[in-house]
Design a protein around this ligand. Sequence first.
Ligand code: ADP
Ligand code: MG
Length: 681
Amino acid sequence: MIELKKDAKYIKGVGPNRIKQLNKLGIYTLEDVITYYPRGYENRGVKKNITELSDGEEALIEASCVSKMSEIKTRKNLSIYKLVVRDETATCTLTWFNSPFLKNRFVIGERYKFFGKVKRKINQIEIMTPIFDEKNSNKNTGRIIPIYPSINNLSQNILRKIIENALLEVNELPETIPEYIIKKYKLMPRKEAIKQIHFPESFDQYNKARYRLVFEELLTMQLALLTFKSNYDRNREGIQFDKEVSMSEIIDKLPFTLTKAQTRVLQEIEQDMESNKMMNRLLQGDVGSGKTAVAMVSAYKAAKSGYQVAVMVPTAILAKQHYENFKKILNQFNIECDLLVSETPKKQKSEILEKLKNGQTDVIVGTHALLQENVEFNKLGLVVTDEQHRFGVRQRGKIVAKGKNINVLVMSATPIPRTLALILYGDLDISIIDELPPNRQKIDTFAVTPSKEERVNNFIKTQIDEGRQCYIVCPLVEESEEINAKSVLKMAEKYKNETFKEYRVEYIHGKLNKKDKDIIMENFKNGKIDILISTTVIEVGVDVPNATIMVIENAERFGLATLHQLRGRVGRGKYKSYCILKYKGNSQNTRERMKIMVETNDGFKISEKDLELRGSGEFFGTKQHGIPEFKIANLFQDIEILKSIQSLAIQIINEDENLQKKENEILKNNITSKFKERIEI
Ligand code: ADP
Ligand code: MG
């Protein structure tokens, strides 16, 4: 039995320095090493004749040395090495820079393989800094070479060598899919798949290996979701709220007319609430589509039926905002609202807890603080979680456990395509608000490089002079040696004292204490601050209609969903609003992502694009939806596999609800080890 959990530092080729670098990539154990999958491949397997080479391509040739290597020294202390080689069709020149060790590396008359980028002019062919092998070796050339996601000090060659060594240590690899499934779906065995995914013998082998690994990953996820679902079965009896309580009473008191979509969604919710089945519903809607009002009306229905309501949100800032909104309307109906966040002072907290327990409080709005054990309800009937992507599946379960047969409304801030939602949230019914309130203006979005800084700043000044306010979001709280990005503290210092010294500049971030945060948000709301510099703590929910500019520093560092959320903080009032994405770097991916943001304001479209662009669904699959990261599956590319796996998973759970059969034991183990943080079976 090999020790997969063995520290990676014992692998051949990994020293004390390299282990640190590996750790930075999230690699700690032997298992981590062998499941560190390539992000792409380079096919160095197809040999070409020199005459066939075309300009700009990367190609493999096999040729013999014609003459000794020449060395040219340039003025700038640069040495250029040139070697002329020949095959059956032509000669070409190979060029390297500053590589004295190559000088006597090649023997005249011997054949070698060279792989590199071709420069071809009319009568001259050159290959730049080629990698090479002896004629009979396949080490660097002559095969499909994996390319790994890497960092500065860890070259592809080193990483490849480490992984190769690690694979050599792995004689056997326990299977993670039961034999009967492997047979039925003709899957490649795990050990073979891991080997082939790193060093595929052919692209056909690669495809089979990838299919197998994707299959495993998606099956585990689906089974985990279904197991969770069967824990609170949708057919279980639920509370039946009072049919006599009419939602229209409160709808009439709202400061606006509901949109058609809001009305439709509320009908769906009302039906659930009045039936004797448990409601377990996901409400999807773009930023600003008015989900809060839907939550409030639902809370009214529950409270007026004699039940308590818990509204759980991810940040204290948002909790306070919701609490105030709810109170304003619900108090008119003698519905008692309270606020509970972890910063609530002790004395006040115990009063609130007491009121909750004896049933005096009807609606409690709060953060994770609501999950604590000492929070007890008298008669909890409805749980609403807002911005659900910030909560794990397990947290949802925890709050639901505080009552009996509770109805659940989950509000998502990151809309995703319906087909995908159906699969990812197999345990939920779905309602969609596909319409924004009337008179919303389009937010104009610009993506700019640092050279436009001054123009951006001038633009901010004009807007503030007209009475508007501005958000500036940075990725970091304080400067960091590791990450080269803007920080709230540094920006605040500069903007307060220099760039915007004639304006009122403040900053806010998660590490400030609650009181300071409250004061700052209050002041921003009341127009006493012109520019608010912030981390993504303001990402969710914050509603200040007078703010019209959202500037995002290092926009390249944020996911599209986050950018879209942040942009949703402006354009909430009657004024024309703007979002300015300041980005660095010129990668294709960054430019494409910026382009999408500039072109569309539609959250559903953005999430679809995001899915398409993100390699392994790193962000999409994970934090946003409470599902662990995928190492290899890509929900966009693999949607068909996902569909077929979903039916397989349903079949397995139907036959063996808690995965207790011997044949399913390994599936159960997979789920437990991967999802232990989130799901209790
Ligand atoms: P989100 O869906 O992003 O949570 P909110 O519930 O915060 O959106 O609503 C955004 C803004 O739109 C709020 O200021 C809210 O008062 C307003 N709003 C919601 N519904 C309507 C409506 N039907 N007509 C006009 N304004 C609305
Ligand atoms: Mg909201």
